[in-house]
Ligand binder design. Structure first.
Ligand code: COS
Length: 386
């Protein structure tokens, strides 16, 4: 077992760290304050090659492995979860789905545009009534001459207001449940496709979130991604990559909490000495550090398994569960270390605390991750009645 990164991985990580500090950290607070989805910064992510890190070079990507992708996502996640969300959605949910399930034409058409940032993509799985129960899609796809008509709505969709292509999951035959689902590559400029921005979120104020309405949207036959009936597998395989990305971003939040808390605790003086000299403060710092390292190693394990072509769904759920819960815990502790100063956005811990809250909800709640892990342990699917 080798925990050392290669020279190339170290260089990529250092470059991502410097880019994050220079470009992302510098804008994160103002973007959050102004609820500004920073398209200029998204363009810079694309220029860095971060929107298609795991896409092969022949399709315009950077051709990196998953471990290296995770290193990049960790750094961006430390800087700003709103920008990390862009990478997770564009790369893991959209590009990886097209890569795994797309025809040669679909790959050649979409991937270069997505990797270059010319187009953004979004992932239309969740509905108001289909969250954890992703198979319970109410959006319907009806077969018509030359294509399909889509009707329904989607909820909590990141990047939807700015996406040029949307992966839309829809039911073709409700009696078939998950085996009736299909996934379509939908041009968001088609008549009948509309979005509405969702405001007043707890966090991720610099991220674009919207609901989608599909009102008799026509898509041609060749907009199908994978076969009719394969939609659920498209979604689950995308989530394997998406959960990895969220987990890596949360390691970044953990790391940021450690760094900011050590910095603050060594500078802040009370009782004529730095608060870092108090054992109770050191205990908080130590616990944060332990969780950070453990979360990172779980992410690296999931990435390494994937890079070797081994099954990694359970290990990815373990990494996602632990990293997101740890990031939430670390953000809370980091505010405790900062005291009153951590309660306003002068320090990034305040934003991390709000931004991290969604990570145990989206791309599968912590409870869903536990059911996936529990099923792997016992062989029993808790969601199926005996
Ligand atoms: N990759 C590819 N295929 C997968 C897969 C994966 N990771 N996981 C499951 N599948 C396949 C199974 O092999 C099975 O195939 P068959 O129909 O050929 O048997 C099919 O998908 C159904 O799988 P499963 O029986 O595991 O589905 P369940 O309904 O029992 O449970 C859970 C699935 C709960 C795990 C799933 O619904 C889930 O992850 N829900 C959370 C959804 C979510 O994360 N939503 C948030 C989205 S934010 S973008």
């Amino acid at each position: 077992m080798d925990f050392d990164l290669s020279d190339e991985q170290q260089l990529i990580r250092e470059t991502a760290r410097a880019f994050t500090d220079r470009e992302i950290v510098a804008r994160a607070r103002e973007n959050a304050r102004n609820e500004h989805f920073d398209l200029e910064l998204v363009g810079m992510l694309a220029e860095q090659g971060y929107l298609g890190a795991i896409v092969p070079r022949e399709y315009g990507g950077a051709g990196l492995d998953y471990v290296t992708y995770g290193l990049i996502v960790e750094e961006i996640g430390r800087g700003d979860s709103a920008m990390r969300t862009v990478i997770s959605v564009q790369t893991s949910l959209v590009c990886s789905s097209i890569l795994a399930w797309g025809s040669e034409r679909q790959k050649a058409d979409y991937l270069p545009r997505l990797c270059s940032g010319e187009w953004l993509g979004c992932f239309g799985l969740t509905e108001a009534e289909a969250g954890s129960d992703a198979a319970g899609q109410r959006t319907r796809a009806s077969k018509v001459e030359g294509g399909w008509r889509l009707n329904g709505s989607k909820m909590w969709i990141s990047l939807a207001n700015h996406a040029r292509v949307a992966l839309i999951f829809a039911q073709t035959d409700p009696e078939l449940r998950h085996r009736g689902l299909a996934c379509f590559l939908v041009d968001t400029e088609h008549p009948g496709f509309t979005t509405q921005a969702i405001h007043h979120k707890m966090g991720l104020h610099g991220s674009d979130t919207a609901s989608i309405s599909l009102d008799d949207v026509f898509v041609p036959d060749d907009a199908l991604l994978g076969d009719v009936g394969a939609g659920f597998k498209v979604a689950m395989s995308a989530l394997d990559s998406g959960r990895y990305s969220v987990a890596a971003g949360c390691v970044g939040i953990c790391q940021g909490c450690v760094e900011e808390s050590v910095r603050y605790a060594t500078q802040r003086r009370q009782f004529d000495r730095p608060i870092a000299s108090f054992q109770l403060v050191q205990a908080m710092l130590a616990e944060m550090k332990v969780r950070t390292d453990a979360a990172r190693l779980l992410v690296w394990r999931a990435g390494a398994l994937r890079d070797r072509g081994r099954p990694c769904t359970t290990e990815t759920s373990i990494a996602k569960l632990y990293a997101t819960e740890s990031a939430q815990w670390c953000a809370n502790e980091a505010i405790q270390v900062h005291g009153g100063a951590g309660y306003v956005d002068d320090h990034p811990v305040e934003r991390w605390f709000r931004d991290v809250r969604v990570t145990t909800l989206y791309e599968g709640t912590s409870q869903i991750q536990k059911l996936i892990i529990g099923r792997a342990l016992t062989g029993i699917n808790a969601l199926v009645p005996e």
